[in-house]
Structures are given as C-alpha cells and as structure tokens.
Design a binder for this molecule. Structure first.
Ligand code: ARG
Ligand code: ASP
Length: 715
C-alpha cells in the first residue's frame, strides 16, 4: 500500500508542478514555509508577509498595472525593468534628448521627470472573503445567474469592507472560482523617472535575444514614488515629497552561486496550469499556429520597411517589439509543449483522476467532467479560432482596422447612449488618434492588410461573407485608395459637422464599412456562441479544480496567476536544453564583448562600457574571481507581469531583477517543468555597476543600503 502511494506520487508529481508555483503571500506559513527553509531560506513566513509589522511585501509594488517594481531606498526609490519603463522613457525623448538612445540620469529630485497617468500600487493586507462572495449563490439556477449574483456580492463587499479613505478594496478570483480574496491597496499617482541606461544596455540583444539564454541585457530603470506631506497617495504636485516606505530592500554585494536560494516577489499576470488535455491540444494544434502565422506575416512586412527606411523604423520600433514579443513566445511555447509531451502528461493525469473519482465514489459530482470538457472544447473550437482571427487581424495587427474598430465602438455609443455621450467621447478619440497617426504609415499598413485579410478570408472558420472568395489585392487597393482613415487630416474632416453628418460620411467610407462588416459578423456569429460555451468551460474548470483539491489532499496546488501579489521561489540553476548541451547559470561582461557588433541596432555597445571592460574597472561590484556578472537564471516560476520583480536572497536582500524566461521553458504558463523552465534576472551588482561606474550617478547609491550577508555569516 505504501509502495503504491509512493509510486502514485512519483507519477503524479510532474503535472502538479512541485517546486514551481506562484503562492499567495498571506498563506506561506502553512503551505510553503518548511519547503522554503529546506531550500535555504533564513526568513520566517512572517518576515515575508505580515499585516502587523513591516515585511518584505511592503517593498513590492505593482508598477503601472502591468509590471512589478521594488522600493530600494528610504526615499521611495524604485527599481523596475527598462522594458517596463520604456513608454515613459520614450515619452520624455525628443531628437535633442533621446533618452532611449542615450539614457537619462536625474542629478537631484528636482530633475526627476513626472509621468502623468502612471501609477504604483502597494498591498496593505489580504483577506479571504470566499464565504461572503458565495453567499446565496447556490440557489441560482443557471451559470449566468450565478455569476451575476457573485458580481453583486463582490460589489457590496468591496464597498463595505473597512479601509482608510485613501485606500481601495479589490476582490480577485482564485482557484478558478473556488476562493475569493480581498486586497486592501494604496495607489500612488505621482511617479517620476529617476534614471535609465541607454537601450544599448537596457535592451541589449533586443528581439534576437528576447526569450533567450544566455542573455546579457541590463534591463533596468529607476523611478521614485512621491506622496503628499502626510506620506499618502496624491495626484502630481510639484511640492509632493519622496515617499517613506514601511520597508525597502537592502542590496547584497555578495552575489549568487549555483544552488543559492532565490525568492521572486511580484505580480504575475496569467497562467493556465490546470487546463485539461483537450485545451492544451487545441492550443498546440490550432490556436497558436494560427496566431503565429498572422503575426509572422505582419512582422515580415514591417521588418522589410523598417530595414529600408529610418523614419519607419522609429515609428514602428515599439509596436514591432510588442507584437514580436508574444509571437516569439508562442513559438517557444508550442515547441516546449510538444517536446515535453504536455498533452500525454495531461492525459495520464486524467486517467488517474478518473480512477480516483471512481475509487472515492464521486461519480455524481465529477464523473462526467472529462467527457464534458471534451464535448465543450470540440464545440468551441471553430468559435475560438474565429475569435483569434478577429482579434489578431482586426484588433491587433492591422492598424487601419483597429482604428476603425474604435470608431465602430463610438457608433455603438451613439446608438445606445445618444448624442451627448458620443460627443463627449468623440473629442477624446480625435485627440488620441493624433498619436496614432504619428506612428502610422499607410503604405506599411496597406501591405500588412493585404496579407492578413487574405489569411482571415481563406483560413478562418465562419469567415465574414465580405472576405470569402475575394480578390484580396483589389480589395486592399480599393480600401487604401479610397478610405479617409488613412491620414489624420482626412480623419479629422470625417469628424466635422453634427453627429448625423459624421455618421453619414463614415457610412460611405470604404474602410469603415469593411470594419463594420467584420465587427458585425463577429458580434452576431462568433462572440455569442463563444461566450456561451466559454461560460460552461469556466464552470467545468471550477469544478475540476475543486475535484483536484479534494481528491489529492496531499498535493499542493497553487492558484493560477491573476495579476495579484505572489511569491515564487527556487534556486539559481543551469539547465540542459537538449542532448549534450548544458547552460551555466551566470553570464558576464566578457559575453557582451563577444556579442558586440559595432553600429548594429541590437548588439552595439556603448564605448564607455567597452572601456570599463577593457580596464576591468569594476569597483566593488565584481565577483570573487574578478569578473563582472550580468544576468543569471533560476528555477523560480514566473510569467508576464513578473517583469521588474525583485530576486531576493535567503536573508531578504535584493540580488537581482527578474525580466524574462528561457526559450525552452516558455511553456511554463501551461506546463511548468522544473527541469527546463528558468526565469532570467539581471544581477543586482551589474545594476549598481552601471549606475555607479557607467553613469556616474553615485549619488543614487548613497540612498541605498548595500550589504554583505555572506561575509557576515562567514565571520
Ligand atoms: N520577453 C520579455 C517579456 O515578456 C521581455 C520583453 C521586452 N523585450 C523585447 N525585446 N521586446 O516581456
Ligand atoms: N518579460 C515578461 C514581463 O514583461 C516576464 C515573463 O514573461 O517571463 O513581465
């Protein structure tokens, strides 16, 4: 019997992602503390998260909704990634002061640059409100009714849960709807840019090295939180003061070695770790290939233009990088899922699951789960694919169509909410579209359109009638030669006059009419059915999660990422991506010189950095052998949103800054495999070296706390 159990655990473990996981900070004590200590952590769970005293969590900040940052000084100085600060850095850049190209370092507080609209959120406390959220929900008849009741309860609790007046309450769903947690948060609104290295350091390797190890990117930038005189959140004001945090992270100068304990603390966005095999198969065989093919076509067109034309290169740099980022991720993800036999692993687990259901007499509750998944994933297949075509072609990758879709939404507002609501939004839209046209080239977009619309028309299930059996070249020429959506001036003219006149003009525009047909097709023929089946799938997923929690009480399940604060931990570790290949866990400045291509847009290196390397002028930041470390990898389970998260040592000091994952492990959002999934971090010593030796901004080091934890324990 015991033997059998051991065998079962061995068999089951891989799909349970042990030594991976993104854990809820307020629940570490029961769930993780002993494992963390076994791995080397010297802190207690209470020192990581506490409501009563200051703890690590008070230094962890949700950066502008999408990334993570951490406070590293008593004056609210924050460290995050260069790619997280990219938009802000770009917005302060002009031809005369190109901070993307040259970097920027404020010499004092007065020189720090405000960023209207940017926010930074701290977590005050976390509370389990599951019972209150699910109150009276069981009596609901349909799934839709149930969700409605849940939303009502959430709104009520959020409005009444005790908090200070400058704080907010936010409830989030965990374990696919089996648990609800409320977060009391504080959001700061005066965030200023303090410093950034040039892109040749902060984005070194660019798209070629993106998602790849070995890596040599100094992907960091510095911001500062400002507060009002009471140290509370406030809108921007010139006389706001640097925020005094409850905690800030000291920075270790002792660095890391292979097998050292690491903890990454941040805001991972979304994982799908508990999908059934049917869903994973659909991603690998149907959805990812379609999305990759669409982006592949769009990127090739843009790249062709960008290589020939400098102005287009600047216009499309940021858009290209963001489309390429997930294009490349999906390719890696599909490869990894295939190579790791993720579908077969899931099927194996499902077999054991079914046996357990029978052994425990739970057929009534869980007996039909897997066949229901099968049925629903088959039923949703064409709708999910058609939806991806719509999203990728219309909303994401053809600019004229995505702009047209915004107008389509305006027309809906006009029809449903009336004249005034439309006029309110119209002016905003016109202002916003000025920025859109600044980075828009009709000739680039026309070529993208021609490719993408053909893919949509020939390959999407439930393709819109207008796109079936068309001469796509002729359609493209017609739209781009006649539509007024191709330039800012003609767009502005379209919007002149009263609403009636505006819509009369719009509804004669070839481009707008096409958008309307595509959007109408989507809302009539695709999204209702998609939403209906998807709601069923979500209900199944909730029940499946509940079943796993119940049937495998000894396994530890972490809730899928949902942009809430999480702790993940592991070790500094190399990996073996393929036969006979082993990757060491640390890269060095020498590697930057090896990759150096003078004048190249991805691999150029600043002269100053080359000089520092030549003279081995590393100050106190070199490792024990005199080399300058740049990046390192570890077994921490991270995802998008973890960018900018601190890597923390066993004693609570900062040792690095998370920014990416390795190519062979990008499948970790769906199938985390501790053998080959690794997160990539910049070494904190490289960050300090760049600030001090490269930028000469040593005044910033004065406000940080640099420590030697290893030397202290050695004494
Ligand atoms: N792959 C990383 C993440 O998902 C970094 C992306 C930014 N860098 C880039 N070259 N696009 O966001
Ligand atoms: N680069 C990602 C981010 O921006 C992190 C990741 O996906 O590993 O959050």
């Amino acid at each position: 019997m015991k033997f059998l159990r051991v065998l079962l655990i061995l068999f089951v473990l891989p799909t349970f992602a042990q030594q991976g996981g993104m854990w809820i900070p307020s629940m570490l004590k029961g769930m993780n503390e002993s494992e963390m200590k076994t791995l080397g952590m010297k802190l207690s769970a209470e020192e990581v998260y506490s409501v009563n005293q200051s703890s690590l969590k008070d230094a962890i900040v949700h950066f502008d909704g999408g990334c993570t940052s951490e406070i590293i000084s008593p004056k609210g100085l924050m460290l995050t990634n260069h790619h997280c600060g990219y938009d802000a850095i770009q917005s302060h850049s002009t031809v005369e002061h190109d901070y993307l190209q040259d970097g920027f370092w404020a010499k004092n507080n007065a020189e720090e640059l405000p960023n209207p609209g940017m926010v930074a959120t701290l977590i005050v406390s976390i509370h389990d409100v599951t019972n209150a959220v699910l109150e009276d929900v069981l009596s609901s008849k349909s799934e839709a009714e149930k969700q409605k009741k849940i939303q009502e309860n959430i709104a009520k609790i959020q409005a009444s849960f005790p908090k200070e007046k400058w704080q907010e309450n936010r409830i989030k769903v965990f374990y696919e709807g089996n648990q609800y947690l409320l977060f009391v948060t504080e959001t700061f609104k005066d965030i200023r840019l303090v410093g950034t290295p040039p892109s040749s350091i902060g984005k070194f390797g660019s798209d070629t090295d993106n998602w790849v190890w070995p890596r040599h990117t100094g992907d960091f930038s510095l911001f500062r939180i400002y507060a009002n005189k009471d140290n509370k959140p406030a809108e921007y004001a010139a006389d706001n003061i640097p925020y005094t945090p409850k905690h800030f992270l000291p920075i270790s100068l002792d660095g890391i070695s292979e097998n050292d304990f690491t903890l990454v603390f941040g805001f991972p966005g979304r994982t799908q770790e508990y999908l059934p095999s049917h869903a994973v198969e659909q991603i690998v065989t149907t959805l990812n290939p379609a999305k990759i093919e669409i982006r592949d076509a769009a990127l090739k067109v843009q790249d062709g233009f960008m290589r020939k034309d400098k102005a287009i290169k600047i216009q499309y740099a940021s858009k290209y990088a963001s489309v390429a980022n997930y294009w490349k991720k999906w390719i890696g993800e599909s490869k990894g899922l295939k190579k790791s036999n993720a579908v077969a692993l899931k099927q194996n687990f499902e077999k054991q699951f079914s046996e357990k259901v029978i052994a425990q007499g739970k057929q009534n509750e869980y007996g039909s789960l897997l066949t229901d998944f099968d049925k629903n994933y088959k039923a949703i297949n064409d709708y999910a694919l058609a939806r991806d075509y719509f999203v990728e072609v219309v909303l994401r990758n053809t600019e004229l169509l995505s702009l047209g879709f915004k107008i389509y939404q305006l027309e809906q507002v006009y029809k449903t909410k009336g004249e005034q609501a439309f006029t309110d939004r119209k002016n905003n839209f016109i202002k916003e579209s000025e920025g859109f046209y600044k980075d828009f080239s009709a000739k680039v977009d026309e070529k993208v359109f021609e490719q993408l619309i053909a893919l949509y028309g020939t390959k999407s299930p439930l393709a819109p009638e207008v796109l079936k059996n068309k001469d796509y070249k002729a359609l493209t020429t017609e739209v781009y030669s006649k539509s007024k959506l191709t330039s800012y001036n003609t767009l502005k003219k379209l919007f002149e006059g009263d609403s009636k006149t505006i819509f009369k003009k719009l509804n004669k525009d070839k481009g707008y009419l096409l958008v309307k047909e595509l959007a109408d097709n989507f809302y009539k023929n695709i999204s209702p059915k998609y939403d209906e089946i998807n709601l069923q799938i979500a209900a199944l997923q909730r029940n499946y999660m509940k079943a796993q929690l119940e049937l495998f009480p000894n396994a530890r399940f972490f809730p899928d990422a949902n942009s809430t604060l999480r702790v993940t931990y592991g070790k500094v570790k190399g990996y073996n991506p393929s036969d006979a290949v082993y990757y060491e866990p640390v890269t060095h400045l020498d590697g930057i010189v090896e990759k150096y291509v003078p004048g190249d847009y991805e691999f150029d290196v600043p002269a100053k950095l080359l000089e520092l390397e030549k003279n081995k002028d590393y100050g106190i930041y070199a490792d024990a052998s005199g080399k300058m470390p740049v990046c390192f990898i570890g077994t921490n389970h991270t995802t998008g949103g973890n960018s900018g998260s601190p890597a923390i040592d066993a004693n609570g000091n900062l040792i690095g800054l998370n920014f990416d994952r390795v190519w062979e492990g990008t499948m970790s959002d769906i199938n985390y495999d501790p053998e080959i999934c690794r997160n990539i971090m910049v070494d904190a010593r490289y960050v300090l070296f760049i600030i001090d030796k490269f930028a000469g901004a040593s005044h910033l080091l004065d406000e940080m706390k640099l420590v030697h934890p290893k030397k202290q324990t050695a004494k």
